[in-house]
Design a protein around this ligand. Structure first.
Ligand code: AMP
Length: 114
């Protein structure tokens, strides 16, 4: 999508603090981190949310989870524990309508979230 922020980051048109890149996905640091490790994992192809992605390309959905796990290893939060979050829709606070996995770690994470 031409006016999508995360499509622009995936294309390299808008800079991102990239921590992982492959043919299908990109991972970059969140611009407003809420934890010491806060990385967003996105597909290069545009899907509005996790449900659309899972229905249309389940293999790509699985790939994003694998990348999230690799990022957690790379960021050294895998052993202590980390969280993967994907917000869907207004009431969940989804502000960017290009599916993304938040990978959060590096501090104690409250559950249930507020
Ligand atoms: P969500 O609210 O779940 O849609 O998450 C969108 C996330 O994108 C938020 O945590 C924002 O801080 C983050 N974000 C917005 N713009 C950028 C950007 N240019 N680079 C990195 N992260 C961004």
């Amino acid at each position: 999508m031409s006016d999508c922020l995360f499509c622009a980051i995936a294309r390299g048109d808008i800079p991102g603090d990239i921590v992982h890149s492959d043919k299908q996905s990109v991972a970059f640091r969140d611009i407003a981190p809420v934890a010491p490790v806060h990385v967003l994992v996105i597909p290069r192809e545009h899907y509005a949310n996790a449900a659309d992605l899972a229905r249309q390309d389940p293999a790509l959905a699985a790939h994003l989870l694998t990348v999230a796990a690799s990022v957690a290893e790379q960021e050294a939060v895998s052993a202590d524990g980390y969280r993967i979050v994907t917000n869907t829709g207004d009431r969940a606070g989804q502000s960017v309508r290009h599916v993304h996995l938040h990978v959060l770690g590096g501090r104690d994470l409250a559950w249930p979230p507020g």
